[in-house]
Write a protein that binds this ligand. Structure first.
Ligand code: GUN
Length: 283
């Protein structure tokens, strides 16, 4: 049977519509309009696209959006001062500093300076620590989107064998913690994992965020698995993910396409986190 194609674009649109609805209620009930500040340092073209998409999503949903574009030679101290200012503003509920930052700026120091109550990106060590201990917190948007796709595609998580390929701080590690909190049995694989295929073939739920084009082949996928592909790569044959799609789809119960799978979810989860930050402030 053909695999279900998990439509991230549609699911993202559904979530953004839900957030827009809740935003109207917050504005009507409490007079609070959620505000997101996005900070971009430098002119990285991919980052410019991401930041513009975030601004557009805010406008469509009815948030206030505050975009700060700083020159590439901005000093770390000046960026820290901007974060201080945004931390202090009542109309800014979420702060996102677009990564990567230029080499002369210490990313860790900047992220640490964001008020954890405004850390809608979920990158502050306080947010990460809360995720580890299972406390309520802002969860990084891409791994949060992965879980949302699994749930909305009907994947059975309770007691499932979940395998995460990739151990980045932004995706692999938080995805593993979230799957654990959904009562999966979780295995995290990485570049030193021996016989990767033997591990992935045991996965009922396979989340791949490894950054290597089409690394996961069909023979590494369990029959009936749910496969979430976080990768995206531009190749001569167009955009591909970390999973060899056709081969994997022949085995899977359900699978995300690239593009149109995980990608659109990130912004939806950012919007949801920003709404949540504004709600907490309002109550
Ligand atoms: N760069 C690429 N993805 C992200 C993200 O989700 N958040 C931030 N801050 N920077 C990014």
């Amino acid at each position: 049977m053909a695999a279900e194609v998990i439509d991230g674009k549609q699911i993202s649109a559904d979530i953004r519509a839900e957030v827009a609805e809740e935003t109207k209620k917050l504005i009507a009930g409490k007079g609070v309009t959620p505000g997101l500040a996005v900070v971009l340092v430098g002119e990285d073209p991919a980052s410019q696209v991401y930041v513009n998409n975030k601004e557009k999503a805010c406008q469509e949903i009815g948030f206030n959006s505050f975009k700060h574009v700083l020159p590439a030679d901005t000093s770390e101290d000046d960026l820290m001062k901007l974060v201080d200012e945004l931390n202090g503003r009542d109309d800014v509920h979420g702060i996102l500093v677009q990564l990567p930052l230029p080499d002369h700026i210490n990313e860790e120091r900047v992220l640490l300076n964001i008020d954890p109550d405004k850390d809608v990106d979920g990158f502050h060590p306080m947010s990460v620590g809360k995720l580890v201990v299972g406390a309520e917190t802002f969860v990084a948007c891409t791994p949060a989107g992965v879980i949302e796709l699994l749930k909305r595609s009907g994947a059975e998580l309770e007691g499932a064998n979940a395998v995460v390929v990739g151990r980045s701080n932004i995706v692999g590690k938080p995805a593993a913690l979230l799957l654990l909190s959904e009562n999966c049995t979780v295995t995290v694989c990485h570049s030193r994992t021996k016989d990767l295929g033997a591990v992935t073939r045991a996965a009922d739920v396979l989340v791949v965020a490894v950054g290597v084009p089409e690394m996961i082949k069909g023979d590494m996928v369990k029959e009936g698995a749910t496969v979430i592909d976080v990768g995206i790569h531009r190749t001569d044959d167009g955009l591909v993910g970390d999973v060899a799609y056709e081969e994997a789809a022949a085995k899977a119960r359900a699978i995300t396409p690239v593009p149109g799978g995980v990608g659109p979810m990130t912004i939806a989860m950012l919007m949801r986190n920003t709404l949540e930050a504004a709600r907490r402030k309002a109550s």
